[in-house]
Write a protein that binds this ligand. Structure first.
Ligand SMILES: Cc1ncc(COP(=O)(O)O)c(C=O)c1O
Length: 389
């Protein structure tokens, strides 16, 4: 299938770029909004047009597990007319604390309508004109953009040769900073650090620069298959102003339902909720999240299926002579040895939507989210046509 940008946009019933509405753009999801330099891409990502393979926003092509779907269906035919505060504000934090373990109780959980709210709250609570943000380059840009809105300095620390976060460099940069954003596993490079390395990093920063806050974003950690990788949730109980952000948008397959949370000491969480409105979770989302947490076997199966698709995709690139980083996530970051924009446009013309530019690696690397096995088999055929000609 050949699908030019113009044909694609026309097929969506939009005559020109000027006709793009905010609703269309918002429909592309937070990832698209944060990262997309081109409104057309958000439109493309919003599309569910048949035949288009959408592997651009690190979504979960399989969606939630059966227990979550069943529980949510029951709510739709039952209690959806109720506010559901008990479910969202009491049962859900308890279920999260119980699943994460590591000494957490409900009072160490702060829920949010998507983890992006936690990131926004974190930057607003700890970063200012006199308190810089530390972020890796490349890493998730959302905190950097919020720091920009606040007029704050951002100290960017390049990833190392293996595309892993430079923890030593980030610890140095943290001295005197307001907040360190540590994305583990890192989006977009897909690499992860061990639980012990992250604990040592936190200890070092809190000893060298006690007033610096640390946000460990674990959006993709459920996909990590390296057994040394694990949550830093226990560290968030040890220190003030150290918190973890987690989301149900990725491995739990609930991106459209908007559910995220932070773990930390109650005093830290109080600062976050004072800094930014985190929204009220709805009863459907809260019920689906609780059911997911109570179905741990599904998460094991989801992780395994993602690993199978990931191995297939990375091996396919390897056979073509292209290297990907060590992915611990549901996306791969591949050295395509050409500008990401060229690769992306060529893939888009053949009905496959891949990720945006990720400076400073946008001249060489493309981020490709993992869809279903069937989607990736089709996408790989497209990548072969692009890379082998
Ligand atoms: C690293 C990272 N953190 C946070 C988010 C925000 O996710 P959500 O608001 O859907 O929980 C994303 C979304 O893609 C992400 O990649």
């Amino acid at each position: 299938m050949s699908l030019s940008r113009r044909a694609f946009v026309q097929s969506l019933g939009i005559g020109s770029a000027g006709a793009l509405s905010t609703a269309w753009i918002i429909g592309g999801g937070r990832e698209a909004l944060t990262w997309t330099p081109d409104p057309f891409e958000a439109v493309l990502q919003a599309s569910t047009q048949q035949g288009v393979i959408r592997i651009s926003s690190n979504e979960n092509a399989r969606g939630p597990g059966k227990a979550a779907l069943d529980a949510m269906r029951k709510v739709i035919t039952g209690d959806v007319g109720r506010y559901g505060r008990e479910v969202a504000n009491t049962e859900l934090p308890a279920a999260i604390a119980n699943r994460v373990g590591r000494g957490l109780t409900s009072e160490n959980i702060l829920t949010s309508t998507g983890s992006a709210g936690i990131l926004e709250a974190g930057v607003r609570a700890y970063v200012s004109e006199s308190k810089p943000l530390v972020n890796a380059a490349p890493s998730y840009e959302n905190p950097t953009e919020i720091a920009g809105l606040l007029g704050a300095e951002v100290r960017r620390v390049p990833v190392d040769a293996n595309l892993k976060l430079d923890l030593d460099g980030m610890a140095e940069a943290a001295k005197g900073a307001g907040l360190v954003f540590l994305c583990n596993p890192n989006n977009p490079t897909a690499t992860a650090h061990s639980q012990s390395a992250v604990s040592a990093f936190i200890q070092r920063v809190k000893s060298d620069s006690p007033d610096t806050a640390i946000l460990v974003d674990e959006a993709y950690i459920d996909y990590a298959t390296d057994t040394t990788v694990g949550t830093a949730a226990a560290e968030t109980l040890k220190y003030d102003d150290v918190f973890v952000a987690r989301t149900f948008s990725k491995a739990y397959g609930m991106a459209g339902l908007r559910m995220g949370y932070a773990t930390g000491r109650p005093t830290t969480l109080a600062k976050l909720s004072a800094a930014w409105g985190l929204g009220d979770l709805n009863i459907l989302t809260a019920t689906g999240a609780i059911a997911s947490l109570n179905e741990p076997d599904h998460m094991v199966a989801e992780r395994e299926e993602n690993r199978r698709v990931r191995d297939f995709t990375i091996n396919a690139f390897k056979e073509m002579g292209y290297e990907a980083s060590d992915s611990q996530t549901n996306f791969v970051f591949v050295n395509v040895r050409q500008p990401a924009a060229e690769f992306r446009d060529a893939a888009r013309d053949q009905g496959v939507l891949v990720g945006r530019d990720f400076p400073p690696l946008e001249q060489t690397h493309a981020r490709i989210s993992l869809g279903t096995m069937e989607e990736m088999q089709q996408a790989v055929e497209v990548f072969k046509r692009i890379l082998e000609t």
